[in-house]
Design a binder for this molecule. Structure first.
Ligand code: GDP
Length: 295
């Protein structure tokens, strides 16, 4: 991920680093190249514009241009702005009376069910929590079974399936079970659809109102680039989300979704999926990503 962007930016910034004195026109020329590199990485246009305008404003400042190492200072400014664009690294919030309800939402095929199990495993292993999984997807044949298999294979708690039960009732039963059996968190895997529609949004809203989630995590596929950013914006506006789980980051060569998500939705990326296996999920670290991009 980010290889192309990293190569392009590395080239632009190396040129700057090597130069002694810099003129305002040198910085502007470099920023034009940075702009093209970001657009080629599929970063959303408004995000690119903000980035370039902030970085240019800081970099053509008299202090920078008159400093002993202007090139290096410009490189640092680009690094800072990249971090700014990615936001703070925020972990899944469990600071509430247990069991903490975590609602997983997103389109069908985004990786929601897999991510629910991955997060349960991550919270169990990395944060020593007892987590209950529950599938609220009564529409897709075998969806409930899919989550049960993932849970059973990995020793995770799973709410028993009751055929014919409606999503809101399942959600309430999951919370009751969580309370009675001393779970720290309950992860509710909701149904997805192929496209955003009113029915999907209103069902998610009903479940949300029934359990009052501490986290509503949108699962979205990084490979779909700008589309995933648009989906995230819709969910953020219509149902309200607290964080994003970006999946298939392992196949996303350009990185545009990861780079745009924070600014377009106002929500942090909390976890990233980096493969199909259950342990292939990790926390999102903006600092590490900025370092990886700038080398
Ligand atoms: P859902 O319909 O949103 O519940 O999607 P699923 O959880 O069933 O995932 C759909 C497919 O994407 C499955 O084959 C998963 O193994 C795969 N998948 C999910 N997350 C990742 C990821 O981070 N990387 C890769 N390579 N595949 C993933």
């Amino acid at each position: 991920m980010f290889e192309g962007l990293s190569d392009r930016l590395g080239g632009v910034l190396d040129k700057l680093r090597k130069r002694g004195a810099l003129k305002e026109s040198d910085v502007k020329e470099a920023m034009r190249e940075v702009r093209v590199a970001l657009l080629e990485a599929d970063v959303a246009l408004p995000v690119v514009k903000t980035f370039i305008s902030n970085a240019t404003e800081r970099a053509v400042g008299a202090d920078v241009l008159r400093s002993v190492t202007p090139g290096q200072m410009v490189v640092k400014i680009v690094h800072d702005e990249l971090k700014n664009m990615l936001g703070e690294g925020e972990e899944i919030n469990l600071a509430s009376t247990p069991p903490v309800p975590i609602l997983m939402v997103g389109l069908q095929g985004s990786g929601k069910t897999t991510s629910s199990a991955k997060i349960a495993l991550n919270l169990t292993k990395k944060r020593n929590k007892k987590v209950l999984l529950a599938s609220l997807d009564i529409y897709r044949p075998a969806a409930q079974q899919q989550l049960k298999v993932l849970a059973d294979d990995n020793g995770l708690g799973i709410l028993p399936i009751v055929m014919g039960e409606k999503p809101v009732s399942i959600a309430k039963r999951a919370m009751d079970t969580g309370r009675k059996e001393g779970y720290d968190a309950v992860i509710l895997d909701t149904a997805g659809r192929l496209h955003i529609d009113m029915e999907l949004m209103s069902e998610v809203a009903q479940i949300r109102d029934a359990v009052n989630p501490v986290e509503t995590l949108l699962v979205t596929d990084a490979m779909t680039g700008q589309d995933s950013v648009n989906v995230a914006k819709e969910f953020a506006d219509k149902v309200g989300i607290t964080g994003i789980v970006l999946t298939r980051v392992d196949g996303d060569a350009r990185g545009g979704a990861a780079l745009s998500m924070r600014q377009i939705t106002g929500c942090p990326i909390k976890m990233i999926g980096i493969g199909e296996k259950i342990d292939e999920m990790e926390a999102f670290h903006p600092d590490r990503i900025a370092n990886r991009i700038l080398g």
